[in-house]
Design a protein. Structure first.
Length: 142
């Protein structure tokens, strides 16, 4: 299913995600980026992070996925992407929310493993990184 483009479509998508009615198959890497970009644009970095934490955890549980030390919500990956999206917004501060979300998906959509540029270990499998923030060791985030 294609990602939403118009402000009305984006609002409907976010409402489905936040209301836990978005089909599991539609919660893709690009959908995560679009959501994070919209939150960063609207709420700023800290507000976006707080909203993503709450909504991703709730959504995971709604689709039967547990948030544990080995599955579900991943704190370090979430913080990393919100910081990268915030850095992208700082470079494009005048863009409207929908335009910025599309830019974020275009810029990062094919870079799902971007974390490898920042972390020299298996970040995805790390329980420590899943449960709490771990600073990058290879290069700093914006």
């Amino acid at each position: 299913m294609p990602l939403p483009v118009t402000e009305t479509e984006i609002d409907a998508f976010l409402a489905k995600f936040e209301g836990c009615t978005l089909p599991k198959g539609e919660w893709t890497h690009a959908a995560h980026l679009l959501t994070g970009a919209c939150y960063v644009h609207t709420l700023g970095r800290q507000g976006a992070l707080e909203k993503m934490r709450a909504c991703v955890r709730r959504y995971n549980e709604s689709v039967g996925r547990k948030n544990t030390a080995t599955s579900g919500y991943h704190e370090t990956i979430t913080v990393m992407w919100i910081r990268l999206l915030d850095g992208l917004l700082a470079q494009n501060p005048l863009w409207a929310r929908g335009e910025f979300a599309a830019l974020a998906v275009e810029h990062f959509g094919s870079r799902r493993d971007l974390f490898r540029e920042f972390y020299g270990f298996d970040l995805v499998a790390s329980s420590e990184a899943r449960m709490g923030w771990v600073e990058p060791m290879l290069k700093p985030l914006p």
